[in-house]
Write a protein that binds this ligand. Sequence first.
Ligand SMILES: [Zn+2]
Length: 150
Amino acid sequence: MRLRNSTKISDKHLEQMIEFVDPGISKDTMVEIKPSRRLPSGYSWFRPKKKIGIWMPSKLHYPYRWNVTAASRLPGVVLSEDENLVFLLAHELRHQWQYRRPPRGEWFPGCTSRSHNTHERDACAYAWRKVRAWRKLQPREVYKEFPSPT
Ligand SMILES: [Zn+2]
């Protein structure tokens, strides 16, 4: 994995998160993390290069409330900065995994057709699973103001 990071977040911290969310394909994927003035967002390209990019706002206030569906299974879905990154990295790396045409049985249930929506649903389900797993590993006091994980 090649990391190009122009934010204040440390490379080492980002590498740990990428390792945590990696669906097994990050080795040949370029990861670019950039500061942004807008909301957090990301992209995933497969051609000509295998590359994902994340824009992380430098001035977002945390905890950050996402406007998301019940798919998350986190009550309220209020994320720390790390969780925000875990979500975006997991989501975009999952698209890289999808581009490699993995067996249908390995996609999240109901996500086995190749339409755009099923790609997004699978990537989101995967990313929320990683956010929940990440939160469970953190010390409880970090989450005083956060909803508890389910
Ligand atoms: Zn997506």
